[in-house]
Write a protein that binds this ligand. Structure first.
Ligand code: NAD
Length: 255
């Protein structure tokens, strides 16, 4: 049977190491027949990301999302290499470590702006640059977390950024729908990655979720990559503007 993404071109932004959610997503897409391009933040990540690129025969381009020139040149290069783009995965977020602990009311002005710039505006700019390449329609997806909807201890400024990210998904879905480009967010349960390690007491969150989620376990990168595959494929052709929880049901629980 042909892969679900046979003949599709996919850009995956945000693979940094083998624990990255984007890493597993890129592997899953390639395994289902997609031609994959990777962007990575900078020189520090290059050698590690090359391992993934070699494994799945992907191209790789540096792209610090705070720099519009780098964003434009990354998408230009992808346009030259691929001609058209079908799938974009945005798996990028960052906040100052000191803002991921204590009180949200202590958030600094520049810490707030940085979290929004890297974690939210980058999706807006990426969608704008991807859309002209998605001449056959397309699927754009980003990664979010329950801290957008509920108060999660220490998630603070990133919870507010994720709320803006989820709202951006709805606005982008409305903008790009007439071009048959779908835009969705995948709300993953907590997974131990480098980004997650920056959040104070993250292990406590993992334990609480495993104890309370209806399926009584935590998700892993593979659980998330399977749903990312669904969102990237035609199986989700009528789904857009959605925030889809992949969290073993944790989000439905009250007291
Ligand atoms: P990760 O640390 O592996 O990935 C974060 C990525 O963001 C890295 O590749 C990093 O290089 C990139 N990044 C940060 N600043 C950047 C910049 N200026 N320019 C370009 N890239 C930059 O961690 P992850 O957990 O795989 O995170 C991927 C996404 O999943 C994030 O949006 C995160 O918020 C989201 N998410 C994670 C969890 C979790 O528990 N790990 C849960 C839900 C959602």
């Amino acid at each position: 049977m042909a892969g679900l993404l046979e003949g599709r071109n996919a850009l995956v932004m945000g693979a940094r190491n083998k624990w990255s959610i984007a890493w597993e997503i890129a592997e899953r897409f390639a395994g289902q027949g997609a031609r994959v391009a990777l962007t990575y933040q900078g020189e520090r990540e290059e050698n590690v990301v090359r391992e993934l690129a070699d494994k799945i025969n992907a191209t790789m381009t540096p792209c610090d999302v705070t720099d519009s020139d780098q964003m434009e040149s990354a998408f230009r290069r992808i346009g030259q290499e691929f001609g058209t783009l079908d799938i974009l995965v945005h798996a990028i977020a960052h906040a100052k470590r000191e803002e991921l602990a204590g009180s949200y009311s202590d958030t600094s002005r520049d810490g707030f702006a940085m979290a929004q710039n890297i974690s939210v505006y980058s999706l807006v700019e990426a969608a704008r640059l991807a859309a002209p390449l998605m001449t056959n329609g397309g699927s754009i997806q980003t990664l979010t977390y329950l801290g957008a909807e509920r108060v999660v201890q220490n998630y603070n400024v990133m919870g507010v950024a994720k709320a803006a990210l989820e709202a951006s998904v709805r606005y982008l879905a409305n903008d790009l729908g007439p071009k048959n480009i779908r835009v969705n967010a995948l709300s993953a349960g907590p997974v131990k990655t480098l980004a997650a390690r920056g959040i104070s007491d993250f292990d406590v969150v993992l334990q609480a979720v495993a104890a309370k989620a209806p399926l009584r376990r935590n998700v892993n990168q593979s659980d998330v990559a399977d749903v990312a595959l669904f969102l990237a494929s035609d199986l989700s052709r009528a789904v857009t503007g959605e925030t889809l929880h992949v969290d073993n049901g944790y989000n439905i629980m009250g007291l």
